[in-house]
Design a protein around this ligand. Structure first.
Ligand SMILES: Cc1cc2nc3c(=O)[nH]c(=O)nc-3n(C[C@H](O)[C@H](O)[C@H](O)COP(=O)(O)O)c2cc1C
Length: 170
């Protein structure tokens, strides 16, 4: 296992993505809404628990993300943890250059006004605590104000080496 020194440029980007792709993650859709109440959302796997007291989580979002812009504006976000079989939701909310379609997405609004996706394993509804700079991303810190639990018999949707994986398939 030889180490490769990173230099700036597209080549390094690929190496970093490949190495971090070995870190298996769950998949979430982070939702919020625009000024006129239109729902917005983005697929995100860079999500982590941060603190239990107070209850905080973090999500890393690309600075160009439309969802990030709405979160900054409304200061609320919800993290919807996807279940196995929800690959289509992940793909829908990961469309680059175009807004996700909400036409076939069933959801209800949480207390904060954030869309909560039906069928999610859990929904973590948050107020925006702060945004921190992180290179071409921003670290969004959310303070949990409500949680919802979904069907505990379902497994999570996982992402590993650029593909979706289910625990059941193992
Ligand atoms: C499995 C998966 C995980 C992703 N994780 C993130 C992430 O953690 N942060 C991020 O900024 N983009 C992530 N993306 C890419 C965004 O979903 C994508 O850029 C999206 O189009 C942004 O939408 P928006 O500009 O409407 O917010 C991920 C995509 C996929 C398929």
């Amino acid at each position: 296992m030889g180490a490769t020194l990173l230099r700036s440029g597209a080549g390094s980007r690929g190496l970093v993505r490949r190495a971090l792709g070995q870190f298996a993650t769950g998949v979430t859709v982070v939702t919020s809404s625009t000024e006129d109440g239109t729902p917005v959302g983005t697929t995100a796997s860079a999500v982590s628990s941060l603190s239990l007291e107070p209850p905080l989580l973090l999500v890393c979002l690309e600075r160009s993300s439309r969802t990030l812009a709405s979160i900054r504006e409304h200061e609320v976000l919800a993290v919807n943890v996807l279940a196995e079989g929800q690959e289509w939701l992940s793909a829908n909310f990961a469309r680059r250059g175009e807004a996700a379609s909400w036409e076939d997405v069933s959801y209800r609004l949480g207390e904060t006004g954030n869309p909560h996706l039906d069928g999610a394993l859990a929904v973590l509804d948050c107020l925006l605590e702060r945004c921190l700079a992180g290179g071409d991303h921003e670290i969004v810190v959310g303070r949990l104000v409500a949680v919802e639990h979904g069907d505990e018999d379902l497994g999570p949707l996982l992402h590993h080496r650029g593909s979706y994986v289910s625990l059941r398939a193992r």
